[in-house]
Design a protein around this ligand. Structure first.
Ligand SMILES: CC(C)(COP(=O)(O)OP(=O)(O)OC[C@H]1O[C@@H](n2cnc3c(N)ncnc32)[C@H](O)[C@@H]1OP(=O)(O)O)[C@@H](O)C(=O)NCCC(=O)NCCS
Length: 165
């Protein structure tokens, strides 16, 4: 039975492990790369952990089978746009996919955004990625028409999606 919880302030090692696993597993889904992040010092992971565990900042949700984390997602504050949050880093271990875990994580981010009184949640989705696109559409996200490359020099196109809250 899968449960969800927030990353805790002492868990920078777990954050590093999960993020690197996601980047290795799905390199075409994220702007960050394994090669860039695997060499970052522990101070990078400690800063990132503070940014998702300090009150009023971002948040990281973990999906756990027993005490084993099998997926994660970030809720991010968009400082450039008032009352707007962003979904990032959505990832589920391939052995645990198609069991509702990704949807459960997304619902946690939506709940968090509601508690923050955000008016909408936005995200970038790889344009031809069936799994993530279907997941976001299922919970009500719609394309805004915005498009960009996943990262500079990448051939992968990402489309912006939005959920009004
Ligand atoms: C996208 C991802 C997080 C989905 O996680 P998941 O736990 O398998 O998703 P769920 O089981 O909660 O699926 C919820 C809905 O999403 C859609 N969906 C998920 N995977 C799908 C697939 N492979 N094909 C078609 N639809 C899919 C379905 O609508 C599904 O609802 P249903 O089971 O009632 O049909 C997972 O595939 C993943 O980690 N992919 C690699 C990383 C990635 O692409 N991240 C997104 C970056 S934008």
């Amino acid at each position: 039975m899968c449960s969800t919880r927030r990353l805790e302030p002492h868990e920078s090692g777990l954050l590093r492990k999960l993020r690197l696993r996601a980047l290795q597993d799905a390199p075409g889904s994220f702007r960050d790369t394994y090669a860039d992040l695997v060499v970052r010092p522990s101070s990078y992971w400690e800063d990132l952990t503070r940014s998702v565990t300090q009150p009023g900042r971002n948040v990281m949700f973990l999906a756990c089978e027993g005490d084993q984390p099998v997926g994660s997602a970030f809720g991010l504050v968009d400082h450039a746009q008032a009352r707007t949050g962003r979904v990032g880093g959505m990832w589920v271990d391939p052995r645990w996919r198609r069991q509702g875990i990704g949807e459960g994580l997304l619902q946690e981010v939506i709940r968090w955004a509601g508690e923050r009184d955000f008016g909408c949640l936005r995200l970038w989705c790889v344009a031809d990625e069936v799994a993530s696109g279907s997941l976001y559409r299922k919970v009500g996200f719609k394309e805004t028409g915005g498009q960009q490359l996943l990262s500079e020099g990448s051939a992968i196109c990402v489309a912006e999606m939005e959920l009004q809250l």
